[in-house]
Ligand binder design. Structure first.
Ligand SMILES: NC(=O)N[C@H]1NC(=O)NC1=O
Length: 174
């Protein structure tokens, strides 16, 4: 899909296609539609990032809360979004040993209890050992540091999702 095609989309189609680039937050996609025309894919990504940056801290925490746990209940019950399922599978979250799964569950719970939102990391840029290590380290941070860190990871996930949507059909790359 080239950028001209993206800019020509109705808001309904735009939200249908790009609505989950930030997990379960189609309101962000719906909001940035009014920033068209985008010069290129980076401009669309920048519009999304700016929208996120302008939110109050409670809004940023809300975005984090829309993310499923890694190797959590949604993965076990098959209720992850398609994007999240693929990302978690690539990082080996569906193939943890019983010991790793128990450690992940314990650390995820500890993290959520401390911060009031789930641990978020761009699984496509990571693997299970790094994820476990990062979870173990980041759970000790202070809230403002960790909220900002989680949002950085949301932006990385968004970039990867945008790229796979727009660059996947080769002839008209952005
Ligand atoms: N909790 C969390 O990090 N979830 C995710 N990370 C990612 O890359 N996809 C997700 O759903």
């Amino acid at each position: 899909m080239d950028i001209g095609a993206v800019n020509a989309l109705s808001y309904e189609d735009f939200v249908n296609i790009f609505g989950n680039v930030v997990e379960k937050c189609p309101i962000i996609t719906a909001a940035v539609w009014s920033r068209r025309p985008f010069g290129n894919l980076n401009a669309l990504e920048t519009a999304i990032n700016e929208f996120i940056d302008e939110l109050p801290e409670s809004g940023k925490e809300g975005i984090l809360r829309c993310h499923p746990d890694l190797a959590g209940r949604d993965l076990q019950s098959g209720t992850l979004t398609r994007e999240s399922r693929e990302e978690q599978a690539r990082a080996g979250m569906d193939a943890l040993s019983p010991g790793e799964a128990a450690r992940m569950a314990r650390l995820n719970e500890e993290y959520k209890k401390r911060f009031g939102f789930p641990f978020v990391i761009c699984a496509r840029m990571s693997d299970k050992n790094t994820i476990l290590q990062q979870l173990s380290e980041r759970r000790l941070h202070e809230l403002p540091v960790e909220r900002a860190r989680g949002i950085e990871e949301v932006k990385k996930i968004c970039r990867v999702r945008l790229q796979s949507l727009v660059l996947s059909d080769a002839p008209n790359k952005l």
